[in-house]
Write a protein that binds this ligand. Structure first.
Ligand code: OFO
Length: 171
């Protein structure tokens, strides 16, 4: 049993994860259009992961006999001025998700909802990893440079990072 306010807050998180999934899918499509195959694969995998994060919340609410709601998803942006700007948006969005997870942790502590507090620990860890990953990619882009001559190398770097992530690595 969880409170109505916690149910609402977790449904809000479902919407945020759902938006992230669509945002990253839109980014995958833009990368494809730009010929950035490695980046496109990376963003497709990120999009799939975000859908899983959303479904994990669905499953938890159902298990707690609370009503999980399919969210209305705002249209994400379709165009990005550069691959660097795109990854900066990803990092900013992940920071927003982290802040939302932290608020959920605070709420579950205030409500002495130990089950939800325990459930949320997976997201706390996931967000730490995701923010570190995006900072790592932005560092690589800064080192390589993001002029037209650099895009091939950025794409190869992100492709390698994606492959490592798919294997469960820490790159
Ligand atoms: Fe689910 O938002 Fe990050 O990973």
């Amino acid at each position: 049993m969880i409170s109505p306010s916690m149910t609402q807050a977790l449904n809000d998180q479902i919407a945020l994860e759902g938006y992230a999934s669509f945002l990253y899918l839109s980014m995958a499509s833009w990368c494809d259009q730009e010929g950035l195959e490695g980046c496109a694969q990376f963003m497709h995998r990120q999009s799939d992961e975000e859908r899983e994060h959303m479904l994990r919340l669905f499953g938890y609410l159902s298990e707690m006999d609370a009503h999980a709601l399919t969210p209305a998803i705002d249209q994400p942006p379709h165009e990005f001025s550069s691959v660097r700007e795109m990854f900066e948006q990803v990092y900013a969005h992940e920071q927003k998700v982290t802040a939302a997870i932290n608020q959920l942790v605070t709420l579950s502590t205030e409500q002495q909802d130990h089950s939800t507090l325990n459930f949320l620990q997976w997201y706390v860890e996931e967000q730490r990893e995701e923010e570190a990953l995006m900072r790592h990619i932005l560092d690589k882009i800064r080192l390589i440079g993001d002029g037209p001559q650099s895009l091939y190398y950025i794409d190869k770097e992100v492709e390698a990072i994606n492959a490592s992530q798919a294997e469960g690595g820490d790159e």
